[in-house]
Design a protein around this ligand. Structure first.
Ligand SMILES: NC(=O)CC(=O)C(=O)O
Length: 261
């Protein structure tokens, strides 16, 4: 399976609709030029993960404008698409930071509401509700577990996803440049301890005064970095192989030695 991570720049001068169209065209390009089977976008790329003041105005229903553009992009390109996350307005509840995964025929197969909200007593933590459901998705020949950004700091979530069958994790993020060392450590740690691929796709640019780390990264089940972006807008393309997960788990069977469940 070939996967492309689109580290799109979130520039406050670019209107949200223009970024949506640009993202859709980048999705199609990954299929046409690089033969991608799976394309991944980052966290809250329509608004920017730290643009808290715009969350209420830019919130959209699950099947809102980002959903429509991304469903069409997935179907048009014929790819699995993790369309990053949106500020979801639940008509009967609060806002959520919700990731959308589409099949190659443009159907929404799973949505994941970020479980761990970032911001302590500001931002997401007060503006949004917390997701409660662990989500996995079978796409082509791999089972992916979903997490979002700050979730990376909570290893029990990823272990729960492994228990649910995950061989790889898809982690859209809006990670700030000032904590880039944590990003690299955490993505590699989640890969090593779970003997699973980690595909972590961040944003580039600066919004709400927060410089983004970029540095999207793909780590293999042994903890080796297969690809890493720089700080600017960039696309990474990597090959994923379920046999690599199986081989790592067989040859170094640490997951079998667990004693606390
Ligand atoms: N923005 C996030 O969700 C997480 C983050 O910034 C962190 O350091 O953790």
């Amino acid at each position: 399976m070939r996967a492309s991570l689109i580290q799109i720049a979130v520039d406050p001068d670019e209107p949200v609709n223009s970024r949506r169209r640009r993202a859709a065209s980048l999705v199609r390009e990954q299929r046409e030029r690089h033969g991608a089977d799976l394309v991944v976008l980052p966290e809250l790329w329509p608004t920017g993960a730290f643009a808290y003041t715009s969350f209420v105005d830019e919130a959209e229903p699950l099947e809102g404008p980002t959903y429509e553009v991304m469903a069409e992009a997935a179907a048009g390109a014929g790819v699995w698409l993790h369309a990053g996350s949106i500020v979801e307005r639940d008509p009967e509840g609060p806002l959520y930071n919700t990731s959308l995964v589409f099949s190659p025929d443009g159907e929404l197969v799973r949505a994941y509401r970020k479980i761990h909200r970032f911001g302590f007593d500001t931002g997401e933590a007060v503006l949004m509700g917390a997701g409660e459901e662990l989500v996995t998705v079978r796409a082509a020949d791999l089972t992916f577990g979903l997490g979002t950004c700050y979730d990376l700091r909570f290893p029990e979530l990823f272990r729960g996803l492994v228990d649910a069958g995950a061989q790889a994790f898809l982690v859209p993020a809006g990670w700030p440049a000032r904590r880039r060392d944590h990003w690299t450590l955490l993505t590699r740690a989640r890969a090593v301890e779970n003997q699973a691929y980690v595909l972590a796709c961040g944003t580039a640019g600066t919004h709400a005064g927060m410089e983004q780390a970029g540095h999207s990264i793909v780590v293999d089940p042994w903890g080796e970095v297969l690809a890493e972006a720089g700080p600017a807008e960039e696309v990474l393309t990597v090959e994923l192989d379920p046999a690599r997960v199986a081989k790592t788990r067989e040859q170094f069977p640490a997951l079998k030695d667990r004693r606390l469940r």
